[in-house]
Design a protein around this ligand. Structure first.
Ligand code: FAD
Length: 510
């Protein structure tokens, strides 16, 4: 009787055969470890879910989706690709909230981090009260980080507006919101990372150990490694938030008052600063109706009618159990006394810290598209941007549907060694056009997005795209500017076979 072949060999051959016949390319002709056999899915449900994202505009099919049940599974997958004569691309889907296919891997493998999250088999959220940090799996959502840390009276200092995003996903970009002017982006508030590099090595890195890898990964668009753990800075959580919004009819007044706060003129008063545009496009958006009393809405809308665009400055003051409400209120009134908002067009309310941070609900609708554009604009050209973009393009076209955010950030809160790119000025603005389109009409918004970029190029306004979506290497080289050489060298060092994050279309072509 001849000896039977080892079981793992049979499984490996079966998986390879299955994937070769079903997969659309040579991506999965590579030998794969038997441990992944039941975790790699090629069924239409898995493929469909990894072929789209929140934007719902780019659709790109992977050959398979990995539902890992451990960090080792991810490591095995990366090693398989690295050791294969023709490596395949691997993208990580943190929570699929990219808007231009950045989390996809055509003909490669998408690692769906949801399975670690839902099966609780990744790194759980562990809080150190003594050292004021939380160790958090890269797959975890910020909403869960909020709940776990709040239960211990603590909180991360820097947030995004929306919390149903994964820790790995926002740290691959920057993670910005109204706290960024004070604490820097989320990538400035990380002490340590565990990362699986493009060679399949699991490396712990920080500013002290393997600092080059640490700096590469933060803001690195998933190019250098897969974040499996992040150590996030914490502070005491405030108990309450005084949340104010004031309207301006004049752009110069609006930005002057925002900049006063960012430059530290009212440091003690604002823990959060944002701003937005209100456009004359019919009915008030949910953004207005959810904050202001219904009796105020007609007045607000008539102000918009008069000016075409009005500007809303939004700030909050956090306060703690020992603070006295009336004093906080007095402080705020003192600040607003010096501001040039339209008299009477101001409102404020007290909410809990958690209520404030969860102000943007988790709503998804598959019949919608999100042709979003996020830009950083140097302060020195902000008036030109106002005239050429806000008034001549946005106001005249009158198609903008979702919120338009507009607020300043300061360069010194960003660590220049990290991969993220920002304008080369002390103060720069971030603006986000958060359009909601239908399945068939998203191109009109994309046209407007392109018109804005074209205007800035022609006017010599050196904008930087946040969550950039370029498709050619030339565009990426221009985007990274003086950081390009380092970015490329780091890629060669940590992911020499260009395996990671092909959906960003930097090193792998379209
Ligand atoms: P995914 O879309 O799943 O992945 C995005 C990129 O990150 C991909 O390249 C992926 O490969 C990489 N990646 C994901 N996980 C990892 C990991 N563990 N290790 C390495 N790379 C990884 N951004 C802000 O800064 N501030 C905001 O207020 C904000 N609000 C948003 C609100 C909404 C409704 C949406 C849709 C987006 C918002 N964003 C905001 C943008 C958001 O931060 C990015 O799109 C982010 O990448 C989404 O996180 P995700 O977990 O869904 O990432």
């Amino acid at each position: 009787k001849s000896p039977s072949p080892p079981i793992h060999l049979i499984v490996m051959l079966l998986v390879t055969y299955f994937l070769c016949t079903v997969g659309k390319s040579n991506a999965l002709t590579c030998p794969l470890p038997p441990e992944l056999a039941t975790k790699l899915h090629v069924d239409p449900v898995a493929i469909d879910s990894a072929s789209t994202d929140y934007g719902n505009i780019v659709h790109s099919e992977p050959a398979a989706v990995l539902y890992p049940s451990s960090i080792e599974d991810i490591q095995r997958l990366v090693k398989s690709s690295y050791n294969c004569p023709i490596p395949f691309g691997i993208s990580v889907r943190g929570n699929g909230h990219s808007v231009n296919g950045q989390d996809m891997a055509r003909d490669g493998v998408v690692v769906d981090m949801k399975s670690l999250r839902e099966n609780k088999t990744g790194i759980k959220i562990r809080v150190s009260r003594n050292h004021l940090f939380a160790d958090v799996g890269g797959e975890q959502l910020w909403i869960d980080v909020l709940h776990t840390t709040a239960a211990q009276g603590l909180s991360p200092v820097s947030w995004t507006d929306f919390l149903y995003l994964s820790v790995g996903g926002t740290l691959s970009n920057a993670g910005i919101s109204g706290q960024t002017f004070l604490h820097g982006p989320q990538i400035s508030n990380v002490y340590e990372l565990d990362v699986i590099t493009g060679k399949g090595e699991l490396v712990t890195c920080s500013k002290r150990n393997n600092s080059d890898l640490f700096d590469s990964v933060l803001g690195g668009l998933g190019q250098f490694g897969i974040i499996t753990r992040a150590r996030i800075a914490l502070r005491s959580a405030p108990t309450k938030v005084r949340w104010s919004r004031a309207f301006y009819s004049n752009f110069s007044d609006f930005i002057r008052d925002q900049e006063r706060i960012v430059r530290g003129g009212h440091r003690d008063v604002a823990n959060y600063l944002e701003g937005s545009l209100v456009l004359d496009n019919g009915t008030p958006t949910e953004w207005i109706t959810s904050f202001f009393h219904p009796t105020q809405l007609p007045q607000i809308m008539s102000l918009v009618k008069t000016y075409g665009i009005i500007y809303c400055l939004e700030l909050t003051k956090y306060y703690f159990i020992e603070d006295i409400e009336s004093e906080i209120d007095q402080d705020l009134q003192e600040v607003f006394k010096h501001f040039a908002h339209v008299p009477g067009f101001i409102d404020a309310k007290f909410v809990s810290h958690q209520e404030f941070l969860t102000r943007v609900p988790n709503a998804e609708n598959e019949s919608q598209t999100h042709p979003w554009q996020n830009l950083f604009i140097p302060k020195s050209r902000i008036s030109d941007f106002n005239v050429g973009v806000l008034r001549d393009i946005v106001l005249k076209r009158n198609i903008t549907t979702g919120p338009v955010l507009f607020y300043p950030l300061n360069r010194h809160k960003w660590d220049a060694q990290l991969s993220a790119v920002i304008p080369d000025e002390d103060i720069f603005y971030t603006t986000s056009f958060l359009h909601t389109g239908g399945i068939d009409n998203w191109q009109v918004y994309e046209d407007q997005n392109k018109a804005i970029i074209k205007f800035c190029e022609e006017a010599g306004i050196k904008i930087v795209k946040y969550l950039a979506d370029y498709t050619t290497i030339e565009e990426w080289i221009k985007h990274f500017g003086s950081k390009w050489t380092t970015f490329r060298e780091r890629k060669a060092k940590y992911d020499p076979k260009n395996i990671l994050s092909p959906g960003q279309k930097i090193f792998n072509g379209v």
